[in-house]
Design a protein around this ligand. Structure first.
Ligand code: TYC
Length: 100
């Protein structure tokens, strides 16, 4: 009897899925003061003064600027928090999210 018969085996392959990422986008408007935009970027997105200034100026010149990328929950919470800060101060500052 040949002993080298092949036995069928079941292999389990574990695939780790990364959660989809979402961009937070800052939109330009004509009313929110530049300094206020910089303050919000520093407070909500933990940016340094220099980075916040660059991001604000990019949105100001180009109409929009991608700020950061997070999981969906974090992106939506931060975008809302930042937009609400504008609203509370009477500004139309707006942050939106978009799937990467
Ligand atoms: N455009 C605004 C102004 O001239 C400043 C501003 C910059 C507003 C970026 C929003 O996302 C923004 N006062």
């Amino acid at each position: 009897m040949p002993e080298n018969k092949l036995k069928p085996r079941t292999k389990t392959k574990t695939v780790t899925q990364r959660p989809p990422l979402y961009k937070v986008i800052l939109l330009n408007d004509d009313f929110t003061p530049r300094e206020f935009v910089v303050q919000v970027l520093k407070a909500v997105f933990r940016m340094g003064a220099e980075q916040a200034e660059i991001v604000m100026l990019t949105a100001h010149k180009k109409g929009a600027c991608v700020i950061a990328v997070y999981t969906r929950d974090v992106a939506e919470t931060k975008a809302k928090e930042a937009t609400d800060l504008g609203k509370e101060n009477g500004y139309p500052l707006y942050f939106t999210t978009e799937k990467e």
